[in-house]
Design a protein around this ligand. Structure first.
Ligand code: ZN
Length: 496
């Protein structure tokens, strides 16, 4: 058993090294690579993906799992060894269903699609993006067909991001959210936020963001923050966390965008060291991962206690722009609900409506219920119904997000699920940390990040998403109740 476990760990460590190396190339592509590097980078990523896939799906891994399974059955369910064997078995069986050529094609098409999207978005030119969208969608359909989901094909794509969750389960949660959110948005008070728009020096924004991030609980020398077009977070180990953000000189969104990515980063940073270089080093689902970016961005980063500490430093950084703006007015402005065109700029209340639109459209695309040529029109019509806004051009409409350019269908729902889950976990955090508000107001973020690390992040992928949620909250049901109650109370509080 010891020898088999050692060999399994060694093989999995190599696969992890290969995928983390591909991660470095992917980070570089999105942060520093000159645009003409695209074609070669696509080949490099495809090669690494192929080798990692071949190594992981090797029959010897299956034999090792067969040898180890009876031995780990006597161990505790959440022990590192039992979890490693169980989770690797699930990943291995899933990966074996995907032919290596298809895996390579998916990676190459995603890398090409990315740059086509960057140019198409800049020129608001959907037609130039269409062939790449078509190719990525077609390859994803072939990928989905490698599996036999219980309900619809879309569930197979969803499963990559929300393991074990069906399209129907997501649709049920969204069926509660959509009408409730539309009502909340329709009834939201108008709040003056003109002072949030002006000129904010990007260098000063960067210094301010780094100052906050240094207090969250990252070990010094284990993270960095870089500017990019479309912010994301990645990590190459739990001690090499890469945060990205963007600085718009017209607003302060970089504060919340940085906190958002830092929430993902804290998750990666908090994964137990013993799980490194194995399939257990990650979050169980994107919904759980996103619940933490949302926690830091919104539940912390838009709360009054947080700004009781940070507002004076912010005002000292931008004295002209925030001249005469009191803390209360600032907190009201950053918590307002206001329909807009862009998902990543959306406030907490309207945000999930942007996601629901994408969830509907990508199901229709996959089921071939909509011609891709008609996608912009369908997008604009639904934006008008759900959010009451008119889309002036495709750059601010159907082309605004990176996901579909890389074949990331099934990803969007995780954002809204993250919002919902963040409040389920937050209720538990509040009970566990009765002095939380006082700590936030004193600028002490460590008690919160330590609690989340010990009770959630450290688990990595040892448990399924539902098991993880149950471990933290006592229930495995995804319940939109706390999220809607939180938004309702927040918007009520703006009516003075
Ligand atoms: Zn996120």
């Amino acid at each position: 058993m010891e020898a088999a476990l050692r060999e399994l760990r060694q093989r999995l460590a190599e696969v992890s090294d290969l995928s983390r190396s591909a991660g470095v190339l992917g980070w570089d592509q999105r942060v520093t690579m000159p645009v003409r590097g695209t074609e070669a980078r696509a080949e490099q990523l495809a090669t690494l993906a192929r080798i990692a896939h071949e190594r992981f799906t090797d029959a010897q891994i299956g034999r090792l799992l067969d040898t180890l399974t009876p031995h780990v059955e006597s161990l505790p369910y959440d022990s590192d060894e039992a979890s490693l064997v169980r989770v690797t078995r699930r990943d291995w069986e899933k990966a074996r269903r995907v032919p290596v050529e298809l895996r390579e094609q998916l990676t190459r098409a995603a890398a090409r699609g990315h740059n086509a999207w960057v140019e198409a978005r800049a020129r608001s030119d959907f037609a130039s993006f269409l062939p790449y969208l078509r190719e990525n969608l077609e390859l994803r359909r072939r990928y989905a067909e490698c599996f036999e989901p219980d309900d619809v094909l879309y569930t197979a794509l969803l499963d990559d991001f929300e393991p074990g969750m069906t399209t129907t389960e997501v649709a049920d949660v969204f069926a509660v959210l959509a009408p409730a959110l539309r009502d909340l948005v329709a009834g939201a008070p108008t709040v003056d936020a003109t002072f949030l728009h002006g000129h904010f020096d990007p260098g000063a924004q960067r210094a301010f963001a780094e100052r906050i991030l240094a207090t969250l609980g990252f070990e010094e020398g284990s993270w960095r923050l870089d500017p990019t077009a479309h912010p994301f977070c990645t990590s190459f180990s739990n001690r090499d966390v890469r945060l990205t953000t963007r600085y718009n000189e017209r607003d302060l969104e970089s504060v919340w965008s940085s906190l958002h990515e830092a929430g993902h980063g804290l998750y990666a940073h908090g994964i137990a060291g013993a799980l490194e270089r194995s399939p257990l080093a990650g979050a169980p689902s994107l919904g759980l991962n996103e619940s933490q970016s949302r926690t830091w961005e919104n539940l912390v980063g838009r709360s009054r206690p947080f700004w009781e500490h940070w507002y004076e430093p912010l005002r000292a950084t931008f004295p002209d722009q925030l001249d005469g703006v009191e803390l209360d007015a600032f907190v009201r402005a950053i918590n307002r609900a206001e329909p807009g065109l862009i998902r990543v700029d959306a406030d907490e209340t309207t945000y999930s409506l942007h996601v629901i639109l994408r969830f509907e459209l990508e199901q229709a695309m996959l089921a071939q219920e909509i011609a891709l040529e008609d996608l912009p029109e369908a997008w604009n019509a639904r934006m008008s119904e759900l959010l009451g806004v008119d889309v002036p051009d495709d750059g601010r409409g159907v082309l605004q997000d990176v996901h579909w350019s890389g074949g990331g269908f099934g990803y969007f729902p995780t954002y809204a699920l993250g919002n919902v889950i963040s409040l389920q976990i937050w209720s538990v955090v509040r009970a566990a940390l009765p002095d939380l508000d006082a700590q936030l107001a004193a600028g002490e973020l460590r008690p919160l990040s330590d609690w989340l690390r010990d009770n959630l992040y450290a688990l990595g992928r040892k448990l399924t998403p539902k098991e993880t949620l149950a471990r933290v909250t006592g229930s495995d049901a995804i319940d939109p109740g706390p999220y809607l109650a939180y938004l309702g109370a927040k918007l009520d509080g703006l009516r003075t």
